[in-house]
Ligand binder design. Structure first.
Ligand code: 26A
Length: 360
């Protein structure tokens, strides 16, 4: 009798949030401005590595203070959301190799209770990201490797699709637009057809710039856009918007009113701006009205800032976890800002243990 009950509850258990992205191991190290200059890197950016960047990975292995940390933007968000939500709430999809890097990722994810359903590549290494910290800035240089080989068909495996069907919320790292727009569309269609919540992070300026077409193709599915001010600016420029590229409210309005597949939900655009207020714009397609709000951030004294690697992912974690919990947009933004402040006080895209509980 007891066994029967247990089997039943396991079968019924469903993960509310499904996340998709590029699992990476972060090689995080402090560098000076000169080092960034040598490789033509901006102090705050995230890029795909070119041939000329490849020596960086060797060089930083020999630098003192190197930290190996679980990274990958959407994976960080998934870990962060699971940190906040009850056990067995979040499952993450991505592709890794069969190596110690993947073991490191699994170790970190286990600590947070994040379930992963990786597609595993036999002959390709797990992706890595050189996270070059320079004071409050971070420059990220990524070699996707195995992460680049994720296939939408992985979601079709019956046990994986069951997880997709069981979820109510979906979170996509925009970085994955460089890998499998097909997988993103598959999840987007499912969410729209079933009136579930679908969120996309713009992830980096280069996505709006160089992956404009797949980005535009995914936006009709998106209920919540999450991005920062530099990504908003890149979007405005690459789409030739007739607005000031520094005017985040004007850009958010343009994005919010783009066509939408699921007309049962309004689109909300959330733009963070570092220590400046977070802006949200929600478009009501019926009345053609915009609701605009601004939220001050929870500013930290500078001596509490450890690094900002993963700060945006942590914000997204608190925000999407809030939506899963049924919180309002403004409550979810506050939880996002709380999560970002926690993560900024840790090394890399991490959260403190023992777990801290959110307070409004
Ligand atoms: C495709 N690219 C460039 C990337 C990334 C990435 N995650 C997915 N795809 N480039 C950097 N990151 C991750 O961003 C996190 C900080 O927001 C890093 O691994 C880092 O943990």
């Amino acid at each position: 009798m007891l066994r029967k009950t247990v089997t039943h509850s396991i079968r019924k258990m469903s993960y509310k949030l499904v996340a998709l992205g590029n699992p990476l191991l972060d090689l995080q190290v402090n560098v000076d401005a000169e080092y960034l200059k040598k490789y033509d890197l901006k102090e705050n950016d995230a890029i795909l590595a070119d041939e000329k960047h490849l020596p960086i990975y060797e060089e930083i292995l020999n630098k003192s203070g190197l930290n190996l940390l679980a990274g990958g933007a959407a994976q960080n968000t998934a870990r962060g959301a699971q940190y906040i939500l009850p056990a067995n709430s979040v499952v993450y999809f991505g592709s890794v190799g069969k190596d110690v890097y993947a073991e490191k990722l699994t170790e970190a994810n286990n600590k947070y209770g994040l379930r992963t359903e990786y597609q595993i590549q036999d002959d390709i290494a797990t992706g890595k990201c050189a996270a070059l910290i320079n004071g409050p800035h971070r420059s990220l240089v990524t070699d996707l490797a195995a992460a680049n080989h994720f296939k939408a068909s992985h979601l079709d495996l019956p046990e994986n699709w069951k997880l997709v069907e069981g979820a109510s919320h979906y979170y996509i790292g925009g970085f994955h637009l460089t890998v499998s727009p097909e997988a993103i569309a598959k999840l987007g269609k499912h969410a729209a057809e079933n009136n579930k919540v679908f969120a996309l992070n713009f992830s980096a300026p280069f996505i709006a710039e160089f992956f404009k077409d797949p980005l535009d193709a995914s936006l009709p599915y998106v209920d919540y856009v999450i991005a920062n001010e530099s990504e908003a600016e890149a979007y405005a420029k690459s789409h030739n918007l007739d607005v000031d590229p520094k005017d985040v409210v004007a850009i958010a309005k343009e994005v919010a009113k783009l066509p939408k597949v699921n007309t049962k939900r309004a689109r909300t655009v959330v733009f963070t701006q570092g220590t400046q207020p977070t802006v949200t714009v929600t478009y009501n397609a019926e009345t053609k009205d915009f609701e605009v709000n601004e939220y001050k951030v929870r500013e930290l004294p500078t001596d509490k800032v450890v690094d900002t690697n993963g700060a945006g992912d942590a914000f997204a974690a608190g925000f999407i976890a809030g939506l899963v919990e049924g919180k309002t947009v403004s409550q979810s933004v506050d939880q996002g800002q709380w999560a970002a402040a926690l993560s900024i006080q840790e090394v890399g895209p991490s959260f403190p243990f023992p777990k801290q509980a959110y307070t409004a």
